[in-house]
Design a protein around this ligand. Sequence first.
Ligand SMILES: [Zn+2]
Length: 417
Amino acid sequence: MKTLAVLNVSQLVTLAGPKRPRVGPELAELGVIHAGGMLLRDGVIAATGSSDAIEKQAPGDTAVIDAGGRLVLPGFVDAHTQPLFAGDRVDEFELRARGASYEEIAASGGGIRATVRKTRAASPEEPAEQALKHAGWFLRCGTTTIEAKSGYGLSLKDEMKMLRVIRAISARTPLELVPTFLGAHAIPEEWGDSPARYVREVINSMLPAVAAEGLAEYSDIFCERGYFNIETSREVMSAAKRQGLRLRMHVDQLTNSGGAVLAAELGAVTADHLEQTEGDGITALKHGNVQPVLLPSSVYALGKTRYPRARDMIDAGLAVILATDFNPGSSPTPSIPMILSLATTQMKMTPAEGVTATTINAAYSLGRGERIGSLEVGKLANFSIFDCEDYREVAYYFGIPQTRAVYVRGEEVFSGG
Ligand SMILES: [Zn+2]
């Protein structure tokens, strides 16, 4: 048995609390232990308390991690990423700086379709190597679990290829990946004249194949005018449910087409984006017990200004989540600390609410709330030591990595000290 003690922590942010996602004022309750410590046994948390008390109860042969008076947070849980792709979209990034809009670039053959072309042309090794590099980035930012969507294959063969890559790289990185099938991300070029036939392909071929091989836990769709409208989204997501997949949905990002209301009707676990969602959508999410996943970096990176109504959602009692939306087009960042900065400055969430939204609430949305997302006895010892004393500094200083060391199951997986 391997025993470790983490001592001398300025603030041990435990998020100890009810065994469910946090809502309303609970979002600001972090369960901070000042001058704290933790005892870890075989990668699992055995005790938390004051540093002095932990030191006293540690057996003689215990190895010590001295936090040196620094902050410790649970490993971040990033509940919305699209990390599997080949190439990048740096050229488009510059085109947008020169005045082109995301929609114009997509209409001229760029955007999601450009990444699909590169991803299809690649051998499985290329996106795998790139995804492993990205996994290192997530860990370096203090993230220890991500939800990972497919969605750049858009054919039976290529979607299966990318979901198998997620499975394969899981054995090669300490980062935990939770797979989501996003075959309904866009209509691929070859089906451009007959989008209805692509929808049949998703329903009749892709969903059954993904489910039969157990390659995904969740199914997602880009519910948006010009992509998959409300009726089509209802049809595809109902088929996904029949295959035993749980639902996460991209809704109300560019236009308010009633996507949040649909997510509630379908019993989705999460409704993601919600930049355009108004009061009726927020009410529906509450009644449907759907968790909102807010993605402020995609608003920021596209140079837009309309962020989702986080405060109204918190006031309505929703169990809000924040995530990076890491992808090559609209949100090329793996950094939850950057998201915490944006949430505080642009959406007026407090730093404490941000921490809850990127740990315990995100963990519950991925069906892992009993194992990760807080530092409580019996949970995995996934945590990070930051180069600061106060959790608010993680959101306050931006553009500089403050992670000093990151641990998964008690093992150091990144060291920047
Ligand atoms: Zn997305």
